[in-house]
Design a protein around this ligand. Structure first.
Ligand SMILES: [Zn+2]
Length: 239
């Protein structure tokens, strides 16, 4: 069932301040309506430079959660912002801290946020599933998410895309931006999940500045300017 959001839906606003105000409001509404286990968490939000659309950090207690969002999303419609934040909040609430993007998407859908998630995927250029980790994991694309929705949610999604003026179609093959980065801290260890790849660092990092540099198909991962690993870039969407 779709949760009732009292936000006035607006098209992307390039005004920095309005997005800075809007996202915390979205976080509050999502927590109170769909993520009851995060009610006691202090959620910090920052808009800035991130090597993906968003980055989330949490630890086992979930007392403090940080969400960094890329400036790029200022162009997005509010419904897409809700979808992005719903994916991020679905990371820390999973049982057994599974670090899978597909499971994270499913978590978000199970909480009634599928229509927003599907809308977000259109803005993120993922009409089809985005395979990561050489196919062992994936971000669900618009088409797969839509197929998982209830009848009411499907209607809701269609209304949303109509209202935004989006025609859901397969986007031309273009380089897909890394979707999000999950940072999980446990004791003196920090684990980064980037594009399905896991990097463990034996150091406690606080909201590290993650940079991804690509050279010849290899992505080099830096956390606070220190090289922590590398991975082969995935080809992208299923076709
Ligand atoms: Zn994620």
């Amino acid at each position: 069932m779709l949760i009732a959001l009292n936000l006035k839906m607006e098209n992307g606003d390039t005004n920095h301040l309005s997005v800075v105000r809007k996202i915390p409001e979205i976080i509050d509404i999502l927590v109170s309506s769909a993520f009851p286990e995060l009610r006691d968490s202090k959620i910090h939000f920052r808009l800035g430079r991130v090597s993906s659309f968003a980055q989330i950090q949490w630890d086992r207690t979930r007392d403090e959660i940080s969400i960094n969002v890329n400036q790029e999303v200022k162009k997005w419609h509010e419904a897409a912002l809700i979808g992005l934040i719903s994916h991020e909040l679905s990371h820390p609430v999973q049982k057994g801290r599974r670090l899978s993007e597909r499971e994270t998407d499913k978590e978000s859908i199970s909480r009634g946020l599928g229509p927003y998630l599907a809308t977000e995927r259109l803005f993120a250029g993922k009409y089809e599933d985005h395979r990561i980790q050489h196919g062992r994991d994936k971000y669900l694309g618009y088409r797969s998410i839509r197929a998982e929705l209830t009848q009411i949610e499907t209607q809701q999604l269609d209304l949303l895309t109509k209202e935004i003026g989006l025609v859901p179609t397969k986007s031309e093959s273009r380089k897909l931006m890394n979707h999000d980065i999950a940072v999980y801290r446990e004791g003196d260890n920090t684990t980064l999940l980037i594009g399905g790849q896991r990097f463990s660092i034996s150091q406690r990092m606080n909201n590290p500045d993650v940079k991804l540099l690509e050279r010849n198909g290899i992505v080099y991962v830096y956390a606070n300017e220190v090289l922590v690993g590398e991975y082969k870039r995935d080809i992208g969407t299923d076709t």
